[in-house]
Design a protein around this ligand. Sequence first.
Ligand code: GLN
Length: 283
Amino acid sequence: MRINNCFQKIIRQLNDANVPNPRLEAELLLGFTLGLDRLKLFLAEREMNDDEVLRLNQVLTRRLNREPLAYITSEKEFWSLPFYVSSGVLIPRPETEVLIEGILGRIPDCQLFSGLIADLGTGSGAIAVILARELPKAHIIAVDTSKVALKVAARNLERHGVSNRVSLVLGNWLSSFIPSRLFQIIVSNPPYVSTRTRGDLEPELAFEPETALFAGDDGLDEYRKLIPSLMNYLSPGGLAVFEIGSDQDRTISELIYLQPGLGNLFVLNDYSNLPRVIGCRAN
Ligand code: GLN
């Protein structure tokens, strides 16, 4: 079959399976299989060989089964950098870039900032890598309860040349550290999806780690653990910034408000103009 005919056929199959953006997905699947970027894919007008057809069928079957594209290609772009991902980690989302912006926008001089940052539930390590690159004098401790995630994160730290300034720690939130108010910044994209919404979610989410997505009946379980401990770990004036679900801004604001010593609350909206990030400072 010729590349162009194959391309049209894949679009139809993706469309019939209700995969969103079938044209873009077809380009990416075909490009991945043939090792061609978008432009080269359109210039290539030739027959596909048997091996290419076989490999294409394998990746297409996985995608029609609604496995996320990022797990098939083992790669996802975040903050314009490529990250290695496997099914043991949450796939980085564009919304999480708002979390990074919320931090960088509050640091007076990113080139000079030399504080200690905790990234809790680092997963693929995307947040830790970007912070290490944007804050060239900062030190980051990236924590996760999953050994698989720490291996994926290690690979991304290495790939982006920041292993010397990011330490990986196996642990649960802040429990691995002595409460000595050492961190200038604590950041986390914790699980925040309500288990009640499980049935309404996109089928792709079923391939991602449960522990990275779900946090109890209302999705707030992990904030309830994290927020009360912040004052023991944030340095005076230190900043905590979390990603949140779009309907959780009020309840999480209350959780923060009720903690003595935390203030300067702020909420940032994502690119769809929904609340996505919440932050505060310690006295
Ligand atoms: N933004 C993700 C989603 O709903 C959730 C990520 C998370 O729980 N931290 O697809």
